[in-house]
Design a protein. Structure first.
Lengths: 118, 110
């Protein structure tokens, strides 16, 4: 079946521009996560949705970052007034189970959006 | 100090070699543990979960030592196709977010 898809795959923005990154999770997956991966680093958590509810946004680096999932499926990560330090790969992941159990269901990652801010 | 620490490598090994990666985590409330594999310019993919009793999947063996807060991955009979970055990952307490190490790069040569 179809996996997690993300668009665009590559985005070049001038400093100060706003960008919107889209994630289509696996159909029926309840949980959706956004991570940021800088060059040479592991992914870092940004935010988490369970259906349409944003349950954790502790990883968002500033108020320029905003995420939504209005209908509990597709999600958009928006970055306002982009800065050079925002350059990274933005990964979206989804999983079928919500929190509550001791063992979490596998998170399946999309291919990422590589954002370059000039 | 990072919550999950790994030696970034690279580890350069010949085909057929056995190689071991180690990882330490700082939060004693960590409950779930994983190794993910990430190929160059690709997304991370789950390689295996890590259980307290240790677990094996073919040529791959993972171990967890909760007392020392230490996780390991052993790869036997390395293949060229094993060349990738191996990410140590933990899940803390009742949260759903994954915390990744920086990854250990493995290069297997003929």
């Amino acid at each position: 079946g179809a996996g997690v898809s993300q668009s665009p795959r590559y985005k070049v923005a001038k400093r100060g521009q706003d960008v919107a990154l889209r994630c289509d999770p696996i159909s029926g997956h309840v949980s959706l996560f956004w991570y940021q991966q800088a060059l040479g680093q592991g992914p870092e958590f940004l935010t988490y949705f369970q259906n349409e509810a944003q349950l954790d946004k502790s990883g968002l680096p500033s108020d320029r970052f905003f995420a939504e999932r209005p209908e509990g499926s597709v999600s958009t990560l928006k970055i306002q007034r982009t800065q050079q330090e925002d350059s990274a790969v933005y990964l979206c992941a989804s999983s079928s189970l919500s929190s509550g159990g001791r063992w979490r269901d596998t998170q399946y990652f999309g291919p990422g959006t590589r954002l370059t801010v000039l | 100090r990072k919550e999950v620490e790994q030696d970034p490598g690279p580890f350069n090994v010949p085909e057929g070699a056995t190689v071991a990666f180690n990882c330490t985590y700082s939060n004693s409330a960590s409950q779930s543990f994983f190794w993910y594999r990430q190929d160059c310019r690709k997304e991370p993919k789950l390689l295996m979960s890590v259980y307290s009793s240790g677990n094996e999947d073919g040529r791959f063996t993972a171990q967890l030592n909760r007392a020392s807060q230490y996780i390991s991955l052993l790869i036997r009979d390395s293949k060229l196709s094993d060349s990738a970055t191996y990410l140590c990952v933990v899940n803390v307490g009742n949260t759903d977010k994954l915390i990744f190490g920086t990854g250990t790069r493995l290069q297997v040569f003929p």
